[in-house]
Design a protein around this ligand. Structure first.
Ligand code: SF4
Length: 567
């Protein structure tokens, strides 16, 4: 049966994403865009748009390594560093690669070629003009794709077409800012609002590839053959999640009861079944990731369909392993860099080894947090020097910090400023009224034979108790006390203040509350930091895109070269 006559339908994009990643490795042609903004060709184009629009030209790291330019990561980093020293936009630096030391011959030629192709781009060039100019006039990115009849390449063209539509809409509302387009895409991803960009357009109907859709998206369609995978508990019916917007207490009937949820899921199951014209295959695995799964209860209603069980090792080729990066061993690490590694080793590599930091070009909310932290640190320093700070003085200092580094002119500036005022005023009162004396200096502890250094926001000695605190400018979270840093802070404080009572916790200026975290997490902390040190020194930097709220705020989000299936 031709691929185009078959469809894979699943309850969620998450399931489809996992399945399609495996099928792609088996070279099965698929018609599925998945998350548009996470596709490799779209990341190429967004990295191009990001040149000089975001984070000091970081996009060059990805664009420079496109086959048409053949430059290395090292070449791109040399150009970025040179542009920073010369205070030039990266695109202008590309026009002067002859002056940049340390480039490979191929890299120099490739980057000069890229510079020539982007010569038409200026600060006011819109994403639409930049992409269409480069794709259709000056660059060669599309050449191989338009000549190819491979369904995967044709799918790439469709994805590019979708991205151009997004840029066209951005232009149509009179916004030509490349930075704002990228901010919008980050926001879409952060809020998980990308489903509208996943639909395949009508232009793709002739491609001989398996159609891949959510069951919701398949309503009203029919296919000669339908595969319904993942018919297992937790997948079908999907687990019932609490509503983010519960109904008002006086309208309890508007909340969805479990029985309604199950009925809706069952309807969805039958929608899936009824999309098949001639062939229907219903499947499930006995184990998903590491968890065993039992059959979906909805399968009882179709128990007359003959079932077979196949037990076979996976025939999916293993993901490509990246060669380890050679890393120099160090005698000491800061706890904050190890925390970055624990969060995402790839981010650690980008930041610590490649020097690709976000700098001051962050999102408005990051600027707001930075202003609050700086002002609180200033109050803390004054207190350590024996100078008391009133709330009015603290707010006056915040004014100065805000003018220099705050989200001035941002649409939500008023909201951020109000929150910052409240936090700074709370912090000033808290620091002024606290008993005890501030203690200078940092803390350190030996882990895996290395010194791990820490700079707690607050180190205060009062009545035989040493208080070690971090200032958290975000909201309180349940798991804060489980973070390895608190166990490490306790160990380090015990080392520096032997025999004293140590209190480890966090202060939250947003509500003026302090939380103390109990002892007992030290072993876990040592294990986590030890794992990070060993991973760094073994040169292992896998991407960890686990937290969908974290990646879209990462400065490396668009340049991210390592796909999900590479370890
Ligand atoms: S985008 Fe996500 S996975 Fe990639 S480096 Fe940043 S945090 Fe890690």
């Amino acid at each position: 049966m031709p691929y185009r006559d078959q469809a894979i339908l699943a309850r969620s994009h998450l399931t489809l994403g996992r399945l399609t990643a495996l099928l792609e490795r088996l070279n099965v042609p698929l018609l599925y865009l998945g998350d548009l903004f996470e596709r490799s060709e779209i990341r190429d184009l967004l990295s191009l748009v990001a040149l000089d629009a975001e984070f000091g030209g970081l996009g060059l790291v990805r664009v420079a390594q496109l086959p048409a330019y053949g430059a290395t990561e090292k070449d791109s980093l040399a150009v970025i560093a040179w542009a920073a020293v010369e205070k030039l936009p990266v695109i202008q630096a590309l026009a002067r690669v002859a002056e940049i030391d340390g480039l490979s011959d191929t890299g120099r030629d490739g980057l000069a070629k890229l510079g020539a192709e982007l010569a038409f781009v200026g600060p006011g060039t819109s994403p639409w003009s930049m992409l269409t100019g480069w794709l259709f006039e000056t660059g060669s990115y599309l050449n191989a794709l338009v000549r190819s009849s491979d369904p995967a390449d044709r799918q790439k063209l469709i994805a590019i077409y979708h991205l151009l539509k997004v840029c066209g809409e951005h232009d149509a509302v009179g916004d030509g800012s490349r930075k704002r387009l990228l901010e919008r895409i980050r926001r879409i991803e952060l809020l998980n609002q990308d489903s509208v960009y996943r639909a395949i357009s009508a232009e793709a109907t002739d491609i001989d590839a398996v159609r891949v859709l959510t069951i919701h998206g398949s309503k009203g369609l029919e296919f000669p053959a339908v595969h319904l995978p993942a018919l297992a508990t937790r997948y079908m019916p999907a687990s019932r999640k609490g509503s983010r917007t519960p109904a008002l207490a006086k309208y309890p009937q508007l909340n969805m009861a479990k029985v309604d949820h199950d009925a809706e899921e069952e309807c969805l199951f039958f929608v899936g079944l009824s999309r098949a014209r001639d062939h229907l295959s219903l499947t499930r695995a006995v184990k998903y990731t590491t968890q065993n799964a039992t059959a979906s209860k909805f399968l009882d209603s179709v128990s007359s369909i003959p079932a077979t069980t196949r037990t076979a090792p996976s025939s999916v080729p293993l993901p490509i392993a990246r060669p380890p990066v050679v890393v120099e061993r160090r005698a000491s690490y800061s706890a904050s860099e190890l925390e970055t590694y624990i969060r995402c080793p790839a981010k650690y590599r980008y930041e610590q080894l490649m020097g690709l930091r976000g700098g001051a070009d962050g999102a408005a909310f990051l600027d707001f947090h930075r202003c609050v932290r700086r002002t609180l640190a200033w109050i803390q320093d004054r207190r350590a020097a024996g100078v008391a700070t009133s709330a009015a003085e603290a707010l006056a200092h915040l004014d100065e910090v805000w003018a220099e580094r705050g989200p001035v002119g941002h649409g939500f500036e008023g909201y951020y400023r109000q929150a910052a005022n409240r936090m700074v005023a709370n912090g000033a009162v808290f620091i002024a009224t606290e008993q005890g004396a501030s203690v200078d200096g940092g803390l350190d502890v030996t882990i895996a034979g290395r010194t791990v250094t820490m700079e707690p926001d607050r180190l205060v000695e009062a009545g035989g108790v040493v208080r070690v605190q971090r200032i958290r400018t975000g909201r309180q979270t349940k798991g804060e006390g489980d973070k390895p840093i608190y166990g490490a802070l306790r160990l380090a404080a015990q080392k520096r203040f032997p025999g004293r009572t140590i209190s480890v916790g966090a202060y939250y200026p947003s509500d003026g509350e302090t939380r103390e975290f109990p002892a007992g997490k030290e072993d876990k902390a040592i294990k986590a930091f030890e794992g990070a040190i060993n991973g760094i020194e073994a040169g292992q930097f896998p991407a960890k895109p686990d937290d969908p709220r974290f990646c879209p705020n990462c400065q490396c989000y668009f340049i991210w070269i390592v796909p999900h299936n590479v370890v």
